[in-house]
Design a protein around this ligand. Structure first.
Ligand SMILES: *Cc1c(COP(=O)(O)O)cnc(C)c1O
Length: 370
């Protein structure tokens, strides 16, 4: 039933609310013990064919979904190395969007930033202004900023970028995809990526990405994009239902099982479940406020992620103390990220969690924060 507790390595199932890695169903974990297969040939092609059906439904795309054996940061690097030759506009509103810009810089790009304070969302009008001020190969944006729980308005930002013919939109949807509404094709995203260990509730080890036609032709024109993350290689190989190099097979087995759960649930129901968990969390924060504990949802209304809530604390409360208090009771929540460590905590209500589990968590949390 609960191999975690049996191994003494973690809390019982249903109590692990970290915003990544997230809790993984025992059935999905067990799939990883299957025997190996060759990564060239009919067996992997059968597996990949099935995975593609499920992954396309997750991303809402008709295009192939690349499977990369790397954490999501690998595909963030792939995004900029394949999508930009020189100039990148980085939309920064938290730690991960800052990282996206830093990755571009480390790949030798000239990076300008549209930066808003952590905890705020981007105003598409500011992106209009920034794009008018220079000619950029690509714009980087994070859909769901895991450090603050802010959700950016991707369709609006994409519409702005679409007005600049040669500028590609590169999207980190690591804690969006699989939990928050994401429509790759309908929203016209040039590259969108996620990791296995967030809202898809898989073990870490794989990341997934979808490239538009424009992204692939940009990649084809690019020199010095490196070897491991060359998207043309991914595209050529996925046409043969394969990957450029040996994939993390065990995580693919886990994905096969998890995609069956996701397909049964449907994406719409999955988004709705996440929205319900997010709203429940926001309501709990409001209840705490009403009872005199001055907690605050960091993200502004209308820009709150369905998958993660960062809760800002009053000065006399400590984030690490609350995380520790929960741990002592057998529950895992996330600490504040980076510079927000002391002044906030985060609840990762994503993956396969249920409202019932969340209610139990919040009941414990009520006692800890009081
Ligand atoms: C977790 C996370 C990443 C980094 O993912 P890795 O798999 O650790 O490389 C990037 N962006 C966002 C928004 C994340 O939440």
């Amino acid at each position: 039933m609960n191999s975690n507790a049996a191994a003494g390595a973690g809390p019982p199932f249903g109590r692990f609310f970290l915003p990544g890695p997230t809790e993984v169903r025992p059935e999905v974990l067990e799939a990883q013990t299957r025997v190996m297969m060759g990564h060239r040939g009919a067996d992997i092609q059968d597996l990949m064919r099935e995975l593609q059906v499920g992954l396309k439904a997750v991303f809402l795309t008709d295009r192939p979904v690349f499977v990369s054996t790397s954490s999501a940061s690998g595909l963030m690097e792939a995004a900029v190395r394949n999508g930009a030759a020189k100039r990148v506009l980085a939309l920064v509103n938290g730690a991960f969007s800052q990282r996206f810009g830093d990755i571009a810089r480390s790949c030798g790009m000239q990076v300008d930033e549209v930066a808003v304070p952590w905890g705020e969302a981007h105003d598409p009008e500011a992106v209009v202004t920034a794009l008018a001020g220079g000619s950029y190969d690509a714009v980087t944006v994070v859909h769901s900023e895991t450090s603050t729980g802010v959700l950016n308005d991707l369709p609006a930002i994409s519409a702005v970028v679409a007005g600049h013919g040669d500028t590609l939109l590169l999207v980190d949807s690591v804690t969006g995809c699989g939990g928050a509404e994401l429509r790759t094709d309908a929203w016209g995203l040039d590259f969108v990526l996620t990791g296995s260990q967030k809202a898809l509730a898989l073990p870490p080890g794989l990341s997934f990405g979808v490239a538009s036609e424009a992204m692939l032709s940009r990649s084809a024109s690019m020199t010095r994009k490196g070897y491991y993350f060359d998207l043309i290689e991914f595209a050529t190989n996925i046409d043969k239902l394969q990957t450029p190099s040996t994939p993390a097979l065990s995580t693919m087995y886990a994905l096969q099982v998890q995609l069956q759960y996701i397909t049964t649930e449907t994406m719409e129901a999955r988004w709705a479940r996440h929205t319900a968990m997010a709203e429940r969390t926001h309501a709990w924060v409001a209840d705490m406020q009403a009872s005199g504990v001055a907690l605050r949802v960091m993200a502004p209304e209308g820009h709150r992620s369905g998958t993660v809530t960062a809760v800002a604390l009053p000065e006399d409360m400590s984030g690490p103390a609350i995380v520790k208090g929960m741990k002592e009771r057998g529950w895992v929540i996330g600490g504040g990220y980076g510079k927000l460590k002391d002044t906030s905590f985060r609840i990762g209500h994503m993956g396969d969690h249920t409202l019932d589990e969340l209610n139990e968590l919040l009941a414990e949390l009520t006692e800890v924060v009081r």
